[in-house]
Design a protein around this ligand. Structure first.
Ligand code: AMP
Length: 418
């Protein structure tokens, strides 16, 4: 039996990694410009954390979690998303006592047992941010503007920003009644999941992908018609601020998203390029003003979003892969291999990326490897060069060769590399 990676989980090999590094460092630098600091949470959490935050009647909790019993009797789950862990950590470390507003970002793998498809995996990476302690709506607009600017800085130009408001607790209760009154006559036409959802959490019906359910949901009353005055003022403030920032957006009253914890602001950014196929949601986020309190912390308004890194990479224009080698050192005779290793260390200490073939081999085969790695420079060291304290420096792009003092090797290489 050949052993393969788990279905829906992918290896990311070195040929692909530079794109990942570019994306992650662009995200870090953007988030830090907005005052966010990185936090890292465990990949495994108590199952109850996700059941209580994401919601019992969501697809994630009902069908998609990787849950197992630890050797004792503890039920643990591979995290399906990052917000629940952030909230748990925020409460556990009593962060609200240290600062009124907390801004965190994270990057890491998430796990959901979904049906694998292009752009949909069972292990995927998210980069996200969370803001605790600011009720909005101006911070809501700021993070939407931030992420739209970030996406555009990646060269992804065709996106659509959808915003909605789910209202606060009072609005939700009133709206749920209106929604149930609308859905009741269609009960028997809904899929069995939705019939159950009607009793457990009617809003979930609006998110169902079964065509008949989606058609019924399309004519359901909009939550936007049920916002109370405070929710309305919040949503108006969000839109005013987005407009002032020049962030294009569209109000989409049917946007509910798959997690239960949202209140008020909800948003999603869709990619429109063909590369994405059906999985075109680049990111989703929203406000979760009740979650900190409901998990046992002090009542704290909060908002966040998470982006799928694989999907961003698919939507990003491709760039030619840069070489990972600046200087390739060639040992002209076996007798100078130890000296070649020393030269390598000296150049690396000076900050250069250096490769060599420590197995030895002919001059020609070593130079071929230098070419294959697209090294810009080869430095050839033979017995004569070692005796004279020099190296032969070959500029492999310009096809020139110079003998230079070994003491100048690092500086000369840096000048050539610019
Ligand atoms: P969510 O945590 O469900 O709000 O998802 C936020 C973002 O994560 C989505 O917009 C996708 O970009 C990404 N995402 C969610 N699930 C998957 C998955 N199974 N595979 C790849 N990306 C995903």
């Amino acid at each position: 039996m050949s052993l393969r990676a788990v279905k829906g989980m992918k290896d990311i090999l070195p040929d692909e990694i530079s794109k990942w590094h570019r994306l992650e460092s662009a995200f870090r630098s953007r988030a830090e410009r907005y005052g966010f600091r990185e936090a890292r949470f465990p990949i495994v959490e108590p199952t109850a954390l996700f059941v209580r935050s994401i919601g019992e009647n969501t697809d994630i909790v009902e069908k998609e979690m990787y849950t197992f019993t630890d050797r004792g009797d503890k039920s643990l789950t591979l995290r399906p998303e990052g917000t629940a862990s952030a909230v748990r950590a925020y409460i556990q470390h009593n962060v609200q006592a240290q600062e009124p507003v907390t801004k965190w970002y994270y990057i890491g793998p998430m796990y959901r047992r979904e049906r694998p498809a292009k752009g949909r995996y069972r292990q995927f990476y998210q980069a996200g941010i969370e803001v605790f302690g600011d009720p909005g709506p101006y911070v809501d607009a700021e993070i939407i503007d931030m992420v739209v600017g970030f996406i555009s800085s990646l060269g992804i130009s065709e996106v659509e920003v959808l915003v909605n408001s789910l209202g606060g607790t009072a609005t939700r209760a009133k709206y749920t009644e209106a929604l149930l009154a609308y859905l009741e006559p269609f009960r028997s036409e809904l899929c069995s999941d939705c019939q159950r959802r009607m009793d457990a959490n009617p809003l979930r019906v609006l998110d169902c992908k079964v065509p008949r359910c989606a058609a019924i949901a399309a004519d359901a009353p909009s939550i936007l018609g049920h916002l109370d005055d405070e929710d309305r003022a919040h949503f108006d403030g969000l839109q005013e601020s987005l407009t002032r920032l020049g962030t294009p957006y569209r109000v989409e009253g049917s946007l509910v998203r798959g997690l239960d914890y949202y209140s008020r602001t909800l948003f999603e950014v869709l990619g429109k390029g063909e590369q994405l196929g059906a999985q075109n949601a680049l990111l989703g986020g929203g406000r979760y003003d009740q979650m900190v309190g409901s998990l046992g912390g002090p009542d704290t308004p909060a908002i966040g979003f998470a982006m799928g890194l694989e999907r961003l990479l698919m939507a990003m224009p491709s760039e030619p892969e840069a070489t990972h080698v600046d200087v390739f050192i060639v040992a002209a005779q076996p007798s100078v291999r130890a000296e070649a290793a020393l030269l390598g260390r000296q150049l690396r200490d000076a900050g250069l990326r250096v490769e060599s073939d420590l197995r030895g081999g002919s001059l020609k085969s070593q130079l071929r490897r230098a070419d294959k790695m697209s090294a810009r420079i080869a430095m050839i060291l033979g017995e004569a060069e070692v005796d004279d304290g020099v190296v032969q420096l070959k500029d492999l792009q310009k096809k020139t060769q110079d003998e230079i003092p070994r003491t100048e090797a690092a500086a000369r290489a840096k000048t050539i590399l610019g």
